[in-house]
Design a protein around this ligand. Structure first.
Ligand code: FEO
Length: 407
């Protein structure tokens, strides 16, 4: 396993309260997260130690950073002493090191949501002790108590927050976080990271704004001195400001997205024939009063821009030629950025030009259906170059599609 010098030098432990310490890992060099997300400022995998009568850890780290985490953990306790491990959610950038932690902390009981426990059974592939923590469940650490608050879909269904009452510390994992790596870690020492915060919110959490507002409402009565996130700075000075900012961003998003009569025409085109179809669809759609069309060749479009366009539109016309009996990878990328929780039910149709067997049609239609979009009953595919008669039919198709969306 490749371990950079930077990782070896990551030995810092940070005090959050007298009894809460950050024992996470810095990942300064990562530039792409989850395959599709740019991380130009690196990231951190935040893990925390609670020094109570019964010792506890909140979240672990990505598996490859376990040696860094373990070295820090051994500085603050004997791993055998750990009584509880709180798992906020089971994405492996946080749970990846859990199996190795359980091997050195054999007395630990995992506390997590029911769906997280189900996932962990498949991730750990071993027997482990666990408690299923429903909303409001209290774990007694002796001289301290941790309340688990259900916060589903932030951004996975299994997500919970954990609140350490005596220290007024809220552990939120991905929520309120950012992919931003700065050795100082404290929000009042890392300088401005607003761009990274906004980007993280836009890509990871914005589609779940409705759920985020529910979670913010749930924590509104809590006294919070610090928010301990799963990535990026530790919020000891700006926790309230970040909650307010997030609330505002969620409300703005829900107010403005999607735009009621906006169609996204997204396509790639090898020789310009699929583009011709896209142009004629646009012409037809724009015949319908009040329709706005976002016309996009997505060949080189980045994830954030495309994700924003997908969120904003209320209907999709999606086009690809067929090459090697398949649709083009940019369309796979587009579907990967869709969120069934948010986009389900939006009207969508497929189009494209093809030369031989035209498999892109089936690829597009099946993705539209799988993502629970409202699949328009017809598609618009043309062999090679649309004739004048076909162009007229395409314009009519675009007009009918727009009328259906408005209905
Ligand atoms: Fe940072 Fe959803 O994991």
């Amino acid at each position: 396993m490749k371990v950079s010098n930077y990782i070896i030098m990551d030995t810092k432990i940070l005090q959050i309260t007298n009894d809460v310490q950050w024992i996470g890992a810095l990942d300064k060099d990562i530039r792409v997260f989850d395959i599709v997300m740019e991380t130009k400022y690196g990231t951190t995998y935040n893990s925390y130690f609670i020094n109570a009568d019964k010792k506890a850890v909140v979240d672990v780290v990505k598996e490859q950073f376990f040696p860094v985490f373990e070295a820090k953990l051994r500085q603050v306790c004997q791993p055998e002493e750990i009584a509880y491990i709180f798992v906020s959610h089971t994405e492996p950038d946080h749970s990846g090191g859990l199996k190795r932690l359980l091997k050195i902390a054999p007395n630990a009981t995992i506390v997590a949501s029911n769906s997280a426990i189900m996932n962990l059974k498949e991730q750990l592939n071993m027997q482990f002790r666990y408690i299923t923590a429903n909303d409001g469940f209290v774990t007694d650490l002796g001289n301290k108590k941790v309340t688990t608050l259900s916060a589903p879909n932030l951004h996975w269904p299994d997500t919970v927050f954990n609140y350490l009452q005596e220290d007024k510390v809220l552990f939120t994992c991905d929520a309120f976080g950012a992919h931003f790596c700065h050795e100082a870690m404290y929000d009042d020492q890392v300088g401005s990271y607003g761009e990274a915060f906004q980007y993280y919110f836009d890509v990871i959490l914005k589609p779940f704004s409705k759920f985020f507002l529910n979670a913010i409402e749930k924590i509104s009565h809590l006294q919070i001195d610090a928010i301990c996130t799963g990535h990026g700075p530790l919020l000891r000075e700006t926790s309230m400001k970040i909650i307010e900012k997030t609330k505002y961003l969620c409300e703005e998003y829900l107010k403005n997205y999607p735009e009621k009569n906006r169609i996204l025409i997204a396509f790639v085109s090898a020789y310009g024939y699929t583009k011709t179809i896209a142009e004629k669809l646009k012409e037809g759609a724009e015949k319908v009063p009040g329709i706005a069309v976002d016309f996009c060749d997505i060949e080189t479009m980045d994830s954030a821009t495309l994700g924003e366009k997908i969120a904003k539109a209320n209907a999709y016309l999606l086009g690809s030629p067929t090459i090697n009996q398949n649709m083009l990878p940019q369309l796979y990328h587009l579907f990967a950025l869709m969120t069934p929780l948010r986009d389900r039910g939006k009207l969508a149709a497929a189009f494209g030009a093809y030369g031989w067997s035209g498999e892109a049609k089936q690829n597009l239609v099946s993705n539209i259906s799988n993502l629970k979009l409202n699949c328009y009953p017809e598609s618009m595919f043309v062999k090679f170059i649309p004739s004048e008669i076909e162009e007229e039919a395409i314009v009519k198709f675009g007009e009918s599609f727009a009328n259906e969306m408005k209905a």
